[in-house]
Design a protein around this ligand. Structure first.
Ligand code: ACO
Length: 318
């Protein structure tokens, strides 16, 4: 039996940090409101000339270095993003060029907003299981600051920029045990950028019905963490670390409670990064791998929900 396993992680955050105090000067809000509702203290903001691919490149270089692989042995690049550099080519193709990979490997983007990394990991798992790929670079990267309306206090306090990456290879033992993906497009208007290429609208910015998103997120995350364990040999008590999408501390806390996990077993970076959408799980993962909390052989659960709605979870042995 062939399994997919993570053999290297990397991440990148833009240099500029925007604390809540800076937002207090831009919109009618307060550090106290932001922290008590979301847990966020600060976020990183990309330079005007710094793109999603630029950030993904830095994260990918670190992940490839950590994996010990030759970059030209990578046979698939999946880039999860909702803020691509260009309409086309895909950010994955641009990244292949920037990495100097010359082996004509497969490269494509995945668009599932905040669930993008979970979708990308699940796709990578299936490429490995079917033998279509053996060594995969999965990147989650976002420049959300470029689609945030900085005059809208209900959204601008939530988001940040950054990128994270993992290298996944085929191996004889798990690895990824299971992944579950879902989407429900009937909720599209609750969290959206309502304009695009083929349907130009009147706003290029994120619009969100926060309390509706909150309620759906808590319910769907509670269900999906049970679902992803079903059919595996694992139970809730086997989970060493929950590495959740970092949207809101209250959503994460509710999911941890559902799993009977103490918060000490949850990797939480939302306070420092804000919501970085598809980048948030690989960013959190890399932070905890590099600070020594996550160790080889431990059981990890990823879960995420984003616009669509699209959501999912993955359970794996690191
Ligand atoms: N500062 C101060 N007051 C604010 C701010 C702000 N930044 N934003 C909204 N308010 C006000 C509102 O205007 C409202 O005032 P009112 O009662 O006078 O009308 C009041 O605060 C309460 O607003 P709610 O939206 O009901 O506040 P809530 O407790 O729901 O918290 C929040 C808002 C933090 C956005 C919450 O709903 C949430 O986290 N939702 C999920 C959002 C999320 O995670 N989105 C991303 C997930 S998917 C993805 O990652 C893309």
């Amino acid at each position: 039996m062939v399994y997919a396993g993570i053999i290297g992680t990397g991440s990148y955050l833009p240099e500029r940090i925007m604390p809540n105090s800076e937002l207090e000067k831009m919109v009618e809000t307060s550090d106290e409101w932001i922290q008590s509702r979301t847990g966020i203290k600060q976020r990183h903001i990309a330079r005007d000339d710094e793109s999603t691919c630029d950030m993904g490149l830095q994260a990918a270089l670190k992940a490839i270095d950590a994996s010990g692989m030759d970059k030209n042995d990578i046979d698939l690049i999946i880039f999860a993003t909702t803020t691509p550099d260009q309409t086309f080519p895909s950010t994955a193709c641009l990244l292949q060029r920037e990495l100097g990979i010359t082996n004509n490997c497969i490269a494509f983007d995945v668009q599932a907003v905040c669930a993008g990394f979970v979708y990308a990991i699940s796709i990578a798992n299936n490429f490995i299981k079917t033998g279509m790929a053996k060594s995969i670079l999965v990147v989650g990267g976002e420049s959300l600051s470029k689609i945030v309306d900085w005059t809208d206090r209900s959204t601008c306090v939530l988001f940040g920029d950054g990128a994270g990456a993992v290298v996944i290879t085929a191996q004889d033992n798990p690895g990824i045990y299971n992944s579950v993906l879902h989407a429900n497009g009937s909720h599209a208007n609750l969290l959206e950028v309502p304009s695009g290429i083929s349907r130009p609208g009147n706003s290029p910015f994120i619009k969100m019905s926060g309390s509706d998103v909150f309620k759906f997120a808590v319910t769907s995350m509670e269900a999906v963490v049970d679902e992803v364990l079903t059919g595996t040999e694992l139970n809730q008590s086997d989970i060493d670390w929950l590495v959740p999408h970092q949207a809101n501390k209250r959503i994460i806390t509710a999911t941890a409670k559902k799993l009977s996990l103490p918060l000490e077993k949850v990797i939480m970076t939302v306070q420092d990064h804000g919501n970085t959408s598809a980048a948030s799980i690989p960013l959190a993962l890399d932070v905890a791998v590099r600070d020594g909390r996550i160790q080889r052989g431990q059981i990890l659960m990823f879960e995420a929900i984003g616009g669509g709605f699209a959501w999912g979870a993955v359970i794996l042995r690191y």
